[in-house]
Design a protein around this ligand. Structure first.
Ligand code: PLP
Length: 367
């Protein structure tokens, strides 16, 4: 495999392309193979494929480099979230944003109903509130921006607050970086202990695979070891084909994101001027935004009327997606019923706008 250190100092866009490849020797393949194997010949470094797989390792090398830590891939984003939550001791306390991804709040709700842990919900943009809620907590599970409310957390300010108030008694701090991607922000560089990804979204980028990852800070080899053990014992592993697809997706991450971000900016600006749109939630970076359109019925109508924007859940694919989030019974009930989440893809900006405009138009008057 490539030696990640040789590429230190090169930009993330370059490392996303160059890393995770076989050694450059004459006649070698330029891509790692999909290693379909469940076991390995005895007396080597590896013995069974629930513990390791060469295709995962190529992907882990790239992800680790992009986030600045040591990566472990999991069967889905939620399997990665679950692995992180499994680090909390029985009876422990988890602090998490009220509007974290609904699968994350789902796991926390299920675990707390089982009596395994206590959850303290916080407002993602309330630094003081987050720091105060962390007294005696075991895990602070951040997500910025939040899905689908697009709230931002000033993570460096939270870390400073935790250090001032609790010193080295602070909880483990983990940040779900799915919406921003490592090309926009690298939370490990701010001092968080680990980063979570649903690689299903931007990293893979083509709506054809589920996979998750946790990338752990170089200072927390203990956490990396425990996550590795969790993955092996619980079998929360991705298939080798899935790992390969995500690796291929990451090769084009920077061009996809550049294009989608430029388009999202234009669309957010135009939506702000649109008479039907009550509110635009766009953090100023990335390609996700949410809008509010006044009523549940209006939101349903918009989603039903788009032709190009795909009415479907999920995000981060090359194709633009649209969804009213509260159609999911599990969505947190403080998410407005008229909120529509938009994942901007890489289609032509004017085609996307024209489709959105016709979907948002009040019913055309009869001729
Ligand atoms: C989708 C998502 C997840 C869950 O990922 P899966 O791959 O669908 O299991 C976790 N966090 C965020 C922010 C997400 O958007």
């Amino acid at each position: 495999m490539t030696n990640a250190e040789e590429y230190d100092g090169l930009t993330a866009a370059t490392r996303a392309v160059a890393l995770g490849r076989p050694k450059r020797i004459a006649g070698a393949a330029v891509n790692v193979p999909v290693s379909f194997t469940s076991t390995y010949v005895a007396d080597g470094d590896v013995s069974y494929a629930r513990t390791s797989n060469p295709t995962w390792e190529a992907l882990e090398e790239v992800l680790g480099s992009l986030e600045g830590g040591s990566a472990r891939v999991f069967g889905s984003g939620l399997a990665a979230v679950s692995a992180v939550i499994s680090l909390v001791p029985v009876g422990g306390v988890v602090v998490a944003p009220r509007h974290a991804y609904n699968g994350t709040t789902g796991i926390l709700g299920e675990r707390s109903a089982a009596g395994a842990l206590t959850v303290r919900p916080v407002q993602a943009d309330d630094v003081e509130g987050i720091v105060a809620a962390c007294a005696g907590a075991d895990l602070l599970l951040l997500e910025s921006p939040t899905n689908p409310m697009m709230e931002l957390t000033d993570v460096p300010a939270v870390l400073r607050g935790l250090a001032d108030r609790y010193g080295d008694q602070r909880p483990v701090v983990v940040c779900d970086n799915t919406f921003a991607t490592p090309l926009v922000q690298q939370p490990l560089s701010w001092g968080v202990d680990a980063v979570i990804h649903s690689a299903t979204k931007y990293l893979a980028g083509h709506s054809d695979v589920l996979l998750g990852a946790v990338v752990v800070s170089p200072q927390r080899a203990d956490l990396a070891e425990r996550l590795h053990t969790h993955r092996t014992l619980h079998g929360a592993i991705p298939g080798p084909m899935e790992a390969w697809l995500v690796l291929r997706g990451i090769r084009t991450l920077s061009v996809r994101l550049e294009r989608a971000t430029a388009t999202a900016r234009v669309i957010a600006e135009r939506l702000r001027e649109h008479p039907v749109v009550v509110r635009v939630r766009y953090p100023g970076f990335g390609a996700m935004l949410s809008i509010e359109v006044g009523s549940e019925e209006a939101a349903e109508t918009v989603c039903a009327r788009t032709r190009l924007w795909m009415h479907s859940t999920s995000l981060g694919g090359v194709e633009s997606q649209i969804e009213r989030r509260r159609r999911h019974p599990l969505e947190v009930d403080t998410v407005p019923v008229d909120l529509i989440r938009l994942s901007v893809g890489i289609e032509d900006v004017e085609d996307l706008w024209a489709d959105l405009e016709q979907a948002l138009a009040p019913e055309a008057p009869a001729p």
